[in-house]
Ligand binder design. Structure first.
Ligand code: PHE
Length: 342
């Protein structure tokens, strides 16, 4: 019996060596420990053994069974660990394959410009505010001195929801809430996505980005406005830019201006981006209308301030030399992933 048991043990170990998966291991278990397996065969033989030898023979079989069970258990754990390593490895390879071609990723050019502007204004003591895209008529128009039926609304037709709310046509829609939040003095910029009913072409989009800025305190004047605008633009472009102020009408500022910069794409010679004028309207601005200050809970007798509405999308076109505004909302990764901040 001892020899038979030893031979079986050796056979078992040899077969175990060749096991690489759970199925093979289960087959080996059945072959040795199953109802019709080798050990069951040995047990059957035990019946023919003489009573004197039965005890030792029984012990031999038992020891063999225990050893086989232990080895099977070890092998099960070993296989599970190997499987785990393999799966983790495969997952890593998969992740790496996803990264190839997307290494580093890239930001949307408008995001890059927005962050640059935020940093510049933050360094000048402005807070950065967030504001919803869905607003109400009061905030988008009435609080900005644009009552119902005012002709200034024609330029800002937008998308209305069945609730009467609308998609904001300009970041100025946040002015009232920010005045109420901080009172005077305040310095804040608030970037945001804006929506208008537009005929889309190379320089008009129905969805675009602006960054509004407000500074309110005692004795704020147009010189402060011009200083902040010039500082910001030369920071953004990393060179002196030629600007001009023209009178502009917006019901929520008085006086109001259009700040133009000389077209950086054609250098002022005229191209399709600047409608062949050499100049680009970049930043409407002005001194906040007393009525608007009063709506915001700020005493216009004591305080004054300026506001501007920087066209972030336009600015991105200028900075990166993008000739067609439609690229920004195109989801065309080839076009959109080539911009970096410098
Ligand atoms: N909200 C105006 C627009 O989008 C721009 C603007 C902002 C004008 C602030 C003056 C002051 O047309």
């Amino acid at each position: 019996m001892k020899e038979k048991a030893d031979a079986l043990w050796k056979e078992f170990l040899d077969k175990l060596e060749e096991v690489y998966d759970r199925e093979a291991l289960e087959n080996l278990r059945i072959a040795f420990l199953g109802k019709k397996g080798f050990l069951a065969g040995l047990m059957a033989e035990l019946r023919q053994v003489s009573p004197e030898e039965k005890k030792t023979a029984g012990m031999v079989i038992n020891t063999l069974k225990e050893n086989v069970q232990e080895k099977l258990k070890d092998k099960t754990e070993e296989l599970a660990a190997a499987l785990y390593d393999r799966q983790v490895g495969e997952a890593r390879v998969y992740e790496e394959s996803l990264l190839i071609g997307h290494r580093g990723g890239s930001y949307h050019p408008v995001t890059l410009i927005q962050r640059t502007c935020e940093e510049i204004f933050r360094s000048m003591g402005f807070t950065i505010e967030d504001y919803p895209e869905i607003v109400d008529d009061f905030h988008c128009f009435q609080a900005l001195n644009i009552p119902e039926f005012h002709p200034a609304r024609d330029m800002q037709d937008t998308y209305y929801l069945s609730t009467g709310q609308l998609l904001k046509t300009h970041t100025s829609a946040a002015q009232n809430s920010i005045m109420r939040k901080y009172g005077s003095p305040l310095r804040a910029v608030f970037p945001g996505r804006c929506f208008r009913n537009e005929a889309i072409d190379a320089s008009h989009e129905n969805t675009f980005f602006q960054m509004e800025g407000m500074m309110i305190d005692k004795d704020i004047s147009i010189s402060n406005l011009i200083y902040f605008m010039k500082t910001m633009l030369s920071e953004i472009f990393g060179r002196a830019v030629t600007v001009r102020l023209r009178p502009g009408f917006f019901p929520f500022v008085e006086p109001g201006f259009e700040l133009d910069i000389q077209c950086l794409i054609c250098g002022g010679a005229g191209c399709s981006s600047c409608k062949h004028s050499g100049w680009l309207e970049l930043c409407p601005c002005g001194m906040i209308h007393p009525t608007v200050l009063a709506y915001g809970g700020i005493d216009p007798e004591e305080n004054s301030g300026f506001a501007f509405g920087l066209g972030l999308t336009r600015l991105a076109m200028m900075k990166y030399g993008v000739r067609d505004i439609r690229i920004f909302n195109s989801c065309n990764l080839k076009a959109l992933s080539q911009f970096v901040n410098h």
